[in-house]
Ligand binder design. Structure first.
Ligand code: DGL
Length: 273
């Protein structure tokens, strides 16, 4: 039976894990939140690459059959290296949904919310370049937003207000969003943390504006890559989920009980560089 390893800098990858568990319910999965070394989005890409290598080695010790890098920033910084260092392992990454946005947008004005690391990467530049003939893109590096989402899990009024202020500033910087000419009618959520607060972001961009996330298409791609291994495990009943976290584990615990179907124990591990 196949085991899928999934990781992110923190809880953001749960937006991908949720889609994986919906589409591959019989699959065993192990999710690692690298909270002790996050956030990734405002760090050097060398740090993100080092963490990618360390985490992949750790997950391989757990005998994973596929790896989902459930983080746009880590995909941009490390997926090519991981694929060449682990040619025998299917490795699936996440990238901002620019192509689906071009297909969907009527106004041809598209907003992209992502981390600084993702937007400044060569991989993102290669993705964007050919699409610029077809639409105008307004890019916004959302410093602090992933962290504010993590912090808001404590449920306090203070952290909720800080999240609202941070999200409002970044969405506001995109300019006018609406389904009418000259406005942004489609906003790409280019960081896996952002779909976790989609209702808040929807309120800020306005009801008619489309928000695009990538979790479901990453899950479809993973199912396709695993092929027969998935079909055989589906018959064996619901898959097991292990949650691991570098750092305290409290936020992953809170996030998992809020966004996954059932309570799951979190194992805190030490994974130094
Ligand atoms: N969830 C990650 C992403 O998709 C990044 C969050 C962070 O800055 O650590 O880019």
């Amino acid at each position: 039976m196949a085991v899928i390893g999934v990781y992110d800098s923190g809880i953001g990858g749960l937006s991908v894990l949720r889609a994986l568990r919906e589409q591959l319910p019989g699959q065993d999965m192990i999710y690692l939140a690298d909270s002790g070394h996050s956030p990734y989005g405002e760090r050097e890409s060398a740090h993100v690459l080092r963490r990618a290598r360390r985490i992949t080695a750790h997950l391989r010790e757990r005998r994973i059959d596929a790896l989902v890098v459930a983080c746009n920033t880590a995909t941009a910084a490390a997926i090519e290296e991981l694929r060449s260092e682990h040619p025998d392992l299917p490795i699936i990454g996440v990238e901002p949904a620019l192509k689906p946005a071009v297909a969907l947008s009527q106004t041809r004005r598209i907003g992209v919310l992502a981390t600084r690391g993702t937007l400044h990467s060569d991989k993102f530049a290669r993705l964007l370049e050919p699409l610029q003939k077809q639409a105008q893109f307004v890019l916004r590096a959302c410093d602090g937003l992933a962290l504010a989402i993590e912090n808001s899990l404590d449920g306090s009024a203070h952290s909720a207000a800080a999240l609202l202020e941070c999200a409002r500033a970044h969405v506001g910087a995109l300019g006018d969003c609406a389904r009418s000419e000259g406005h942004i009618d489609t906003v790409v959520l280019g960081c896996t943390h952002y779909p976790l607060v989609a209702p808040l972001l929807q309120e800020l961009v306005g009801a008619g504006v489309s928000l695009l996330e990538t979790g479901p298409s990453v899950a479809r791609q993973t199912r396709h890559r695993l092929g027969a291994a998935v079909e055989s495990s589906a018959a064996a009943g619901p898959g097991h989920l292990w949650l691991q976290c570098t750092g305290t584990g409290r936020q992953l615990q809170q996030a998992a009980s809020r966004w996954l179907d059932a309570a799951h124990a979190v194992e805190s591990i030490d994974l130094p560089d």
